[in-house]
Design a protein around this ligand. Sequence first.
Ligand code: ZN
Length: 589
Amino acid sequence: MIPQSYIQEVLERNDVVDVVQSYVQLRHRGRTYTGLCPFHNEKTPSFVVYPDTQSFYCFGCGAGGDTITFMKKIANLDYVEAVKSLASRAGMPLPQENDETGRQRSRILAMNKDAARYFYDQLNTNQPQAAQARAYWHRRGLSDNTIRRFGLGYAPDDFNGLQRHLRQRGYTDQEMLEAGLIKRSQKGNLHNTFWNRVMTPIIDLRGNVIAFGGRVLDDSKPKYVNSPETLVYKKSKTLFALNVAKKDPSRRYILCEGYMDVISLHQAGFGTAVCACGTALTEEQVKLLTNYADEVVLAYDSDEAGQKATARSLELFRNTAIKVTVLNIPGAKDPDEFIKRNGADAFGRLLDKSANGIEYNLDKLRAKYDLSTDSGKVEYVRDAVTLLASGLTPTEREIYAGRISEQTNVSKATILNQLESTVRRVSDRQRRQRQKDLQKEMLPAQIKVPHSLGGEKALAAVSGEQQLLAAMLKDPSIIPGIRERVDPQELVMPEDQALCRVLYSMPPQTGPGILATLGSQLDEGQMALAAQLLARNSDNPLTPKDVELFIQRIKQRTASQRQAPQSEEEMRRRLADLTKAKTQSNTQS
Ligand SMILES: [Zn+2]
């Protein structure tokens, strides 16, 4: 556990606006700042930063929290890592980490390192199967130097070799299970996760071995086996070879489909090749890349799956500052094969000729239509114009219009004309959307209460309880007074109850920055809820009078619930009470 006082200091030294601004372009608007949300794709800003409460909230995707939450999400870090990263940003000495998770994490990392060593050693024994594994790597064109550099290895054809080795080094079976290095079979026996496979260690940015990828030596299935996700390995947040690539001075990265492409590109002298690990590219990986790359060349396979991945990745990069181009690999199915056939220099020239996203998409459109027919031309121009209508500068439009004109023999003036009216239509639509977004932001929260919790009838109570929570978040000094009057059970929504309990359990404190105090106690959803409540009430003063009103609304519902019979049984009991009371009053009179 990091001491609360340390977290407090980290937050005092890292203003939320400063931190966000180094990732997102922000515009000042009144007491707040707005910008394009880095956590979802959008064209009009719905991401708002609140200096008063040191929080942020996106009205588009609901992401929200304090500076630490932002750091966690933008840089793919866990809580402790985010605190550390902010601390070093502010030049603070690092806190001591001695909690159980930290201990577990370092055990797994140490074990992975031992396992990587073991796989490497197994590749270099004089066993015949080791020779086969070495032959496999050599056949793929890798030199011994590259094998060493990437720590490539071999998992022998046995079920318990690694397990025995790690036991000798003092690790328990439980720890090996947690590291994903052994597995339990359906019969309940423990066995190695990897056997008879060539092994590639996956290394994080700090040089830790966090996982392994294993491939069979022949064509048997499954071709690839990868480590499961563990305490130290989240595949959606990992890019293979980024630890090596980040040392390369070039900021033009090459994004490949698999480990093999990456390794052979590095061997050929392209030090910025990386790939996603056993998954399609994720938004988190794209964000990670923005820290290192100004330009990314997509170098996926030329088959259908590769083309799909290209389209998907282009979409993911759209709202980033990264310039993306697509590599066309003529006469080869992937970069690895191309380099083997034509050499590294030829590949370098190919990289320089890679097409930007627009060119790539135009080429694809063009291939779709038969331009020797009039109808083909008309449809091509129509689709191409739509493609060019958003996100281009006038100069770029001019250039591409010229290109389409050459391809179709339609005059450039006509194409530009059509383009301009499409641009107007698109920007009208964007303006309307922007107005809608703004309205959404201004309107009171659209609260949906599930039917089981009272549906619309509970709406007043729910909006009351959420504003009460907002009031407590904005001014924690009122918490003790409210705690005496409102029981968390009286709140309608379970998430409101949970947040209320955390607020009640807080040590007394005054002043803003409450999210900082709550940070380590709230999960991501609760943190987003707290940020949302603050965001929705940022221009709401929430006076003591308001607070009184919110409490009244909650009490009204509690009272009406007491009156309303809950169940048949209760109804009978009440009836019995009533009859009894009547009998008594009759007797008395
Ligand atoms: Zn968003």
